[in-house]
Design a protein around this ligand. Structure first.
Ligand SMILES: *Cc1c(COP(=O)(O)O)cnc(C)c1O
Length: 292
């Protein structure tokens, strides 16, 4: 299968009187959420003559789930997805990634023992994609992103660049650091820094290529609503015109701005997409109207 992505935009912005560059991977492809297009690139371009379906598991609003539904549709594969639980409210009012993945033909199953339930679908015609796409195959597409960034930095004469991006599984940050000559900083959004390191140890034995983890001044629980983070989201939009996702970016931006004074060089923020997920996050913020 032939798939080519045009290099995504590289934009210079001013935020609170500081120069900061954005790598707009959110605009990479209309169908995929930015970094999932990079992580699943190998599954888009390699030959899979025997594969007829793809199975995966995770949360019922995950960007990876939606992107896998796109992959399956493009390749003509069946798509099976196992999640813990789907509330009856969501079943009756499908929204966001969940709604769009169903439109793409996803068959979704609920099971409190996701991995066990998933095993039942595995056979020689089935491709198993790990939760969040955290696996070695992600390196191929993320390598191309690293190459683009090297071109961007050279073309725009960015002095002493460093990269920042928020991590879920940390796979994107890991392979970026592995293939870039300048520093890659990240922060944990799922679990803590120890969790992030353990994720890296599973897919990359060479600890010398691990990104540098920055700690948030306070703890945020993954997927939870915080008035403070919603303010961050609105401020970035107002000042730069860039719309962030509401799960990863507000935490990432908070952590980056908390450290800007001590980091040397010119920051590049990788916008990894995920905007489809904003519909369900905004609906949750609206239901808690006292937070807005
Ligand atoms: C999936 C995702 C991430 C996390 O990517 P990892 O490679 O798992 O660290 C970050 N931001 C957005 C918008 C995502 O969809």
């Amino acid at each position: 299968m032939i798939v080519t992505f045009q290099p995504s935009l590289f934009e210079e912005k001013i935020f609170q009187n500081r120069r900061i560059y954005f790598k707009r991977d959110d605009l990479l492809d209309v169908d995929f959420s930015g970094n999932k297009a990079r992580k699943f690139y190998a599954f888009l371009v390699r030959e899979f003559p025997h594969i007829k379906r793809v199975v995966s598991s995770g949360s019922n609003q995950s960007n990876a789930m939606y992107s896998l539904s796109v992959l399956a549709r493009k390749r003509g594969w069946e798509f099976i997805y196992v999640c813990d639980h789907i509330s009856s409210f969501l079943k009756q009012n499908p929204i966001g990634n969940y709604a769009k993945a169903l439109e793409n033909g996803m068959r979704i199953f609920e099971s409190p023992a996701r991995e066990v339930a998933l095993d039942a679908f595995l056979d020689s015609h089935t491709l198993h994609v790990k939760e969040g796409g955290s696996q070695k195959e992600a390196e191929e597409g993320v390598f191309l992103l690293a190459r683009e960034l090297l071109n961007d930095v050279e073309r725009e004469h960015v002095e002493n660049p460093y990269l920042f991006l928020p991590s879920g599984t940390g796979t994107t940050a890991l392979f970026l650091q592995k293939h870039l000559p300048f520093k890659v900083y990240t922060c944990a959004t799922v679990g803590d820094s120890a969790y992030l390191r353990r994720q890296w140890e599973v897919i990359e034995p060479n600890a010398l290529v691990y990104p540098t983890i920055l700690e948030a001044h306070r703890k945020y629980r993954y997927g939870k609503l915080y008035r403070e983070l919603f303010e961050v989201w609105k401020n970035v939009q107002a000042e730069t015109g860039v719309t962030f996702d509401l799960v990863y970016d507000p935490i990432g931006w908070k952590v980056l701005t908390e450290h800007l004074d001590v980091l040397q060089g010119t920051p590049i923020y990788v916008h990894q997409g995920g905007l489809l997920g904003n519909a369900s996050m905004l609906a949750r913020y609206e239901r808690q109207a006292n937070m807005l």
